[in-house]
Design a binder for this molecule. Structure first.
Ligand code: SAM
Length: 245
């Protein structure tokens, strides 16, 4: 069976994305470690140090496509358990794993979990000090709509940060990465999680995501200012930053 992602349009993409993450939720954290050789932890740490959340109660952040909570937990810890983070995801299976993990870490007081779509955030305007999205935006069918929503819910002065797989900009590394992702990742997915197909989708969606500079231009079109990006590991991942001024 193939999800046929190469041809799906915005209208049919979301149910397929949802199926993928329902299937992988329980194995998601383990697979992340195996497939990125632990690198996703380093990139997530770098994202949260770029955000540098203040150690002040009342500061709030929204982590969209927050899944099993990796970014939200890091933000709460970096703020010395002062910040409040809303973890938002369209997928209840991913959120339940997140809630369980948060409970084990004693972080529930600083978090809440909301099942909703990045394209239609169930919040008033100008509600959050920061908006983060890690390895999530490429799954959203209408990226421009999600960016407009990010801008809407941020307070003036608010920070937007997006971590996403990107275009590898180092010769040789790009070929090795392509071989790894198109062959090894679905094979490992099959071995560890019992199904290679969801991972084939993930790899294809990475290949289709806009390049660093093009994505930066989309963020600017949504109204953000001082938009910059930084490559991690030769561009395997990139961190985009913008401000609502
Ligand atoms: N941010 C987490 C991390 O870095 O480990 C999870 C990333 S996971 C690769 C992508 C997440 O995006 C999944 O949990 C999926 O359910 C969520 N997602 C996909 N489409 C979404 C949408 N339209 N709105 C909100 N979340 C969405």
């Amino acid at each position: 069976q193939s999800f046929g992602f190469r041809t799906v349009d915005a209208g049919t993409k979301q149910p397929l994305v949802d199926e993928v993450f329902h299937k992988v939720a329980k194995r998601y954290d383990l697979m992340n470690d195996i497939m990125s050789a632990g690198m996703h932890r380093v990139w997530k740490d770098a994202m949260v140090s770029a955000l540098n959340p203040p150690k002040r109660a009342g500061w709030t952040s929204l982590d969209v496509a927050g899944g099993t909570g990796d970014i939200a937990f890091r933000i709460v810890e970096a703020s010395q358990r002062k910040a409040h983070v809303t973890v938002l995801d369209i997928n209840g299976s991913m959120l339940s794993v997140g809630r369980e993990r948060a409970e084990k870490r004693g972080l529930l007081d600083n978090l809440d979990f909301v099942e909703a779509n990045a394209e239609a955030l169930p919040f008033d305007d100008e509600r959050f000090d920061a908006y983060t999205i890690a390895f999530g935006i490429r799954n959203v069918p209408r990226i421009d709509v999600a960016l407009a929503e990010a801008w809407r819910v941020l307070k003036p002065g608010g920070r937007f940060l997006c971590l996403e797989f990107s275009e590898v900009e180092m010769p040789l590394l790009d070929r090795a990465y392509e071989a790894w992702s198109f062959n090894a990742i679905p094979a490992i997915g099959k071995m560890v999680a019992g199904d290679g197909e969801p991972y084939r989708y993930l790899v294809e969606s990475i290949a289709k995501f806009p390049k660093q500079a093009d994505f930066a231009a989309m963020i600017e079109r949504a109204g953000f200012e001082r938009v910059t990006f930084r490559n991690f590991t030769g561009g395997i991942a990139a961190l985009h930053s913008g401000w609502k001024l």
